[in-house]
Design a binder for this molecule. Structure first.
Ligand code: GSH
Length: 202
């Protein structure tokens, strides 16, 4: 049985979303987003930095969300949620899946730290402003991509699980401007998927 180590309002939601899209049975270790749980010896033994998500599959442990998404799709999806390697959509699938942690999440991380995690006296307005600008800029090509396709690889795929979740979080942080109309419409498409709602509400 697959086992997901999870905390709410985190990237672990991506994996719940994917497991639900694939209809796979899984066990959930529901932790709090709190150092008592994430930095416990038990959790550090699974993830060297004490973070989420972590997936266990028998004696395999994986602790990077993009790797977990690729692993589940390669080993447990029966060919679903990924274009075939020789298709025209495959390079786009790879690019947008990796654009998530590579380009979008670094400024998201800074914004979360500078608004939600640090106490007000340690927050830095300049660092926050820079990250907000960087994020809005990083989302411009994502909005452009969605001018011609409903999903990043043409049809719904693991690239949407990764980048779709990041775009949704960016919107929650107020960093998707109204004139990114393709992105706003894309977020509404995601919100119509029951598995997505389960992913963000778990
Ligand atoms: N690149 C990693 C990032 C993992 C990560 O930073 N997870 C955050 C939640 S979204 C976390 O566990 N933070 C807790 C902490 O830093 O103490 C991934 O995609 O899995």
């Amino acid at each position: 049985m697959l086992k997901l180590h999870h905390a709410p309002n985190s990237r672990a939601g991506r994996i719940v979303w994917l497991l639900e899209e694939l209809g796979l049975p899984y066990e959930l270790n529901a932790m709090r987003f709190h150092p008592e749980d994430l930095k416990s010896d038990a959790h550090r033994a699974r993830h060297p930095l004490g973070r989420v998500p972590v997936l266990e599959d028998g004696d395999i442990t994986l602790w990077e969300s993009g790797a977990i998404v690729e692993y589940l799709i390669e080993r447990h999806s029966d060919g679903a949620l990924k274009p075939s390697k020789d298709s025209a959509e495959y390079p786009a699938y790879l690019q947008w899946l990796h654009y998530c942690e590579g380009m979008v999440m670094p400024p998201v991380n800074t914004i979360v730290v500078q608004t939600l995690l640090l106490p007000p006296e340690r927050q830095n307005a300049e660092a926050l402003g820079q990250a907000q600008k960087l994020l809005t800029r990083a989302l411009a090509p994502v909005d452009e991509r969605l001018a011609n396709v409903d999903y990043f690889a043409g049809s719904f795929s693991g690239a949407d699980i990764m980048l779709g979740h990041a775009v949704f979080m960016s919107n929650r942080l107020g960093c998707v401007p109204d004139d990114y109309a393709n992105l706003k419409a894309y977020i509404a498409r995601l919100e119509a998927r029951p598995a997505f709602i389960k992913g963000i509400e778990t």
